[in-house]
Design a protein around this ligand. Structure first.
Ligand code: OVV
Length: 404
């Protein structure tokens, strides 16, 4: 994608604002426009380039040498602007800096290491589902399931103490808003920024973490010399920044999909082993993480279009995941398709390191729900919560018919 042509094409220009409130709540029309406008579109409002086609998003994510992350995965360019917090050693670093933290965390969060969590999470899922159903057939599935399950499961396995766990969701909301422009969403987060950051930073200390969790395992890696003592708390911070809201909104996307596609729910009821496909297809269909930025390290051409060195490139993961050139009937939520290859978890060296944790959380919750619920449907409009990066939710009002 980077062979310089004789005369590289200048990209079409759009003045659309992908971070405007109405676009964040319903991004599909802009996604279609950008995919159809060309392989690269310049967004004049922010002076960035946009990739929205699957082929080019996928290729650029794999090409970390030309599309770097060390200048920041948000709109701000760290070479010119001071980051709002010390940059992530994973998301906002390139090789070789990125590699040791990545190796350490990948091992801790790898499928074999997660085996021992499965039985406990199944019990938590059954308890939460039973408790919700015991209180009636109508409830808000966002707080009652999508938020409640990760809140029970995740902080325990990280090794957090009991106090302040309710800070995880607003902290993540703030982190993901901060990748966007300094719009009203970022302004609204400002009053709690110091307090939430202080709480998260305090949880990253060795003394704050129980002896058996992911957090302690990160510190143990530092004791072995696989990380420095300075790196360890930042790797714990990555877990707390990226591991909670993403899973909550991913599970919410999946519950929304299943509540609005009764035939797919029946398919899942008959074959509970489809729970993992259901989650994966929901990630493709909704893309809980909608966008990330990269920065061009040199002049690069994408399908013959020039992107000048050092400019920011906005990767539309959500648009790629519904590109009709890659996915037949892309707007359909369909458990018979193979959603693998979607870029909802990214691709390449920065591909989501916690994806196996998220899948196990979703799988255990969905399996418990499918065993006890014959039918589910929305009883009112679901409510989304605008965020500069996340496709997030506040309410999923539902009615269920319990299984006999
Ligand atoms: C993928 C992601 C999102 C948000 C924060 C981080 C990573 C981090 O490493 O802090």
């Amino acid at each position: 994608m980077t062979e310089a042509l004789e005369r590289p094409v200048v990209p079409p220009v759009s003045d659309a604002d992908p971070f405007a409130a109405d676009v964040l709540l319903e991004p599909e029309p802009l996604h279609r426009t950008l995919r159809e406008a060309g392989p690269v579109v310049r967004l004049s409002r922010y002076d960035v380039h946009a990739l929205a086609r699957y082929e080019h998003v996928h290729a650029a994510l794999l090409d970390w040498q030309h599309f770097e992350s060390g200048s920041g995965a948000g709109l701000a360019n760290f070479r010119h602007e001071k980051p709002w917090r010390p940059p992530s050693l994973l998301l906002e670093a390139d090789p070789p800096l990125h590699d040791a933290p990545c190796r350490v965390l990948r091992e801790i969060l790898a499928p074999p290491a997660l085996h021992r969590l499965r039985a406990g999470w199944q019990a938590v899922a059954e308890e939460i589902v039973d408790q919700v159903l015991s209180q009636g057939s109508e409830f808000d599935a966002f707080p009652a399931l999508a938020e409640a399950f990760p809140l029970q499961a995740f902080p325990d396995v990280v090794g957090l103490g009991p106090d302040g766990r309710e800070n995880l969701l607003p902290y993540g909301n703030m982190v993901f808003n901060a990748f966007g422009p300094r719009n009203g969403l970022v302004t609204a987060d400002a009053p709690r920024l110091a307090e939430l950051s202080a709480w998260v930073n305090a949880q990253c200390r060795r003394e704050a973490l129980s002896e058996d969790g992911f957090g302690a395992q990160i510190w143990a890696a530092a004791d072995r010399g696989d990380l420095t003592q300075e790196q360890a708390p930042l790797v714990v911070r990555s877990l707390l920044s990226a591991g909670f809201d993403t899973t909550v909104h991913g599970i919410a996307a999946c519950l929304y999909a299943l509540a609005t596609h009764p035939q797919e729910w029946q398919r899942l009821r008959k074959r509970p082993e489809l729970a993992r496909v259901a989650f994966e297809e929901a990630i493709r269909w909704q893309s809980p993480v909608q966008t990330f930025f990269r920065t061009a390290t040199t002049d690069v051409t994408v399908a013959g279009t020039l992107i000048p060195a050092h400019t920011k490139i906005l990767m539309f993961l959500g648009a790629a995941n519904r590109d009709p050139a890659r996915w037949p009937d892309p707007d359909r939520f369909d458990l018979t398709r193979d959603p693998s290859g979607h870029v909802g978890f990214g691709m390449g060296i920065h591909q989501c390191i916690g994806q196996h944790v998220a899948r196990l959380e979703a799988e255990t919750l969905l399996t418990a729900l499918a065993r006890r619920v014959e039918h589910l449907e929305l009883t009112g409009p679901p409510r989304r919560h605008p965020n500069n990066t996340l496709r997030s939710w506040t309410s999923l009002p539902m009615r269920v018919r319990p299984a006999a």
